[in-house]
Structure formats: structure tokens, C-alpha cells
Design a binder for this molecule. Structure first.
Ligand code: AMP
Length: 116
């Protein structure tokens, strides 16, 4: 079970964000410290998953929905044709800072050839 993090507070509306997408299950907003011209975070509203390594079979529908949302968000942001990168940091070695499952969408300019 994830802790109550800054992302839970954003979901609850207690901390502001620059929202780019929202539905019943998912919220997407601009990263406060962008690593690329476009840097959006996509999170499940539920805080029951701290990171990807906690995802279980019962989360399959949610995970599929998040991927469909990412595709839609990228189209809405106009970065689908030029391309983008999706990253999730899972745990300490990946330098995950916020223990609430999230996916980074990076794009809007050529990215490094590295995988991070
Ligand atoms: P990670 O290292 O994968 O856990 O990434 C956490 C991300 O959350 C970082 O890129 C931060 O810049 C971002 N972040 C932290 N606080 C906020 C906030 N209040 N609004 C938007 N993005 C945030």
C-alpha cells in the first residue's frame, strides 16, 4: 500500500497542478521540474500502488487503461507523430522519488539516446 504522498494531495486538490488530463481513474499533470520540453506525469488516482513492482493481476485493467490514456494524452499534446518516451521508476535503484505509481511522458524535442 502506498503512503499518502504529494501525488495523493494533488489528486485530492489540496496541492495545485497543471492538469492535462483527468478521468475517474487517472490524472495527468505537468512535471514541476521538467526534463524535456514536454514532461507530463500520469498517475492512477488510487494510491494503492507504490511502484510498478507492486502491480498484480487484479491491476491489469487499470494498467491497460493507463497505457490507453498515455496514448491519448500524447496525441492531445501533439507529440505522437514526432515521438516520445514513457518511463516509470520503480524503487530505490531507479531513484524513484515519489512512492505513488506514475509514468513520465517525455517529448516535444529530440531526447537522448539513453534509456533515462
Ligand atoms: P520519480 O523520480 O519517478 O519518483 O519522479 C517524481 C517526479 O515528480 C519528479 O520528476 C518531480 O519533478 C515530480 N514532482 C514532484 N512534486 C511535484 C509536484 N508538486 N507537481 C508536479 N510534479 C512534481
Amino acid at each position: 500500500m502506498a503512503q499518502d504522498t504529494i501525488f495523493s494531495k494533488i489528486v485530492a486538490g489540496e496541492i495545485p497542478c497543471n492538469k492535462v488530463y483527468e478521468d475517474d481513474l487517472v490524472l495527468a499533470f505537468e512535471d514541476i521540474n521538467p526534463s524535456a520540453k514536454v514532461h507530463v506525469l500520469v498517475i492512477p488516482k488510487s494510491n494503492h500502488l507504490e511502484r510498478l513492482s507492486e502491480v498484480a493481476t487484479e491491476d491489469a485493467n487499470l494498467m491497460g487503461h493507463i497505457m490507453v490514456c498515455i496514448n491519448k494524452i500524447a496525441k492531445d499534446l501533439g507529440i505522437d507523430k514526432t515521438g516520445y518516451r514513457v518511463i516509470t521508476n520503480s524503487g530505490e535503484n531507479a531513484h524513484q522519488e515519489v512512492p505513488h505509481l506514475h509514468f513520465h511522458i517525455l517529448g516535444g524535442e529530440p531526447l537522448s539516446k539513453r534509456n533515462n
